[in-house]
Design a protein around this ligand. Structure first.
Ligand code: AMP
Length: 219
């Protein structure tokens, strides 16, 4: 299965992508995580990307397209992959379809008014990269339930950067919904509700399409 996960920043793409990838044994390809790894290693690409990411801008198409094109040729993508955070522009989507076919683009929809609240609550484990939604009324000291590391907010989740990221999303990424809809590849999922409920809606989508998945088909 070759999937794309679409949706505004803060829709829960990363969290859902990890669940989908695990359930269907897909390689989880997050361009945001790949860029953050370049930043952590202080590579020339990482240094260039950090300046753009911290401003809420997109990294240039040709850099991201090259990264994804190489990544999907790795052996762990043979069983399929899930793209999380890519494509983010029409140019990226058009290029993607020249070097890979895609089975489905799933858009996680959340109302604008809840996005800012979701991003204010987002914390990430600097060690194992798990993402959490914390209760900000309970102070600002939270720890990873997996490895115990203190959680941190992402630099680009600062309110002034969030506002710009949402503008960039509306201008450059939102048009992808029509792009994939027009090609008969789009499914929409209501992103409201608990993480497990949203995950179940996504699984139902795939399992309704393939009535034999999970059944005992030996006969
Ligand atoms: P994410 O973790 O997906 O929210 O990505 C964090 C940041 O990385 C974005 O705000 C962009 O600056 C950059 N980025 C990630 N994916 C892409 C992409 N496909 N195209 C351009 N920039 C990207």
């Amino acid at each position: 299965m070759k999937l794309i996960l679409l949706g505004p920043p803060g829709a829960g793409k990363g969290t859902q992508a990890a669940r989908i990838a695990e359930r269907y044994s897909l390689a989880h390809i997050s361009t945001g995580d790949m860029l953050r790894a370049e930043i952590a290693s202080e590579t020339p690409l990482g240094i260039r990307a950090k300046a753009l990411i911290d401003e809420g801008e997109l990294v240039p198409d040709e850099i991201i397209i090259g990264m994804v094109r190489n990544r999907i040729q790795q052996p762990d993508c043979e069983n399929g992959f899930l793209l999380d955070g890519f494509p983010r522009t029409i140019a990226q989507a058009e290029s993607l379809l020249t070097f890979s076919d895609i089975d489905r683009a799933v858009c996680i929809e959340v109302p604008d008014e809840s996005i800012i609240d979701r991003m204010a609550r987002r914390r990430v484990c600097p060690a194992c990269k798990r993402t959490y939604s914390v209760d900000i009324d309970e102070g600002d000291e939270f720890y990873c339930s997996e490895c115990g590391t203190r959680l941190a907010a992402r630099d680009d989740d600062k309110p002034e950067t969030v506002k710009h990221r949402l503008e960039v999303y509306a201008e450059q990424t939102f048009p992808l919904i029509d792009f994939f809809d027009g090609r008969g590849l789009l499914s929409r999922i209501d992103g409201n509700g608990a993480v497990e409920e949203v995950a179940q809606k996504i699984f139902d989508l795939f399992e309704e399409e393939d009535p034999y998945r999970g059944d005992d088909v030996d006969n």
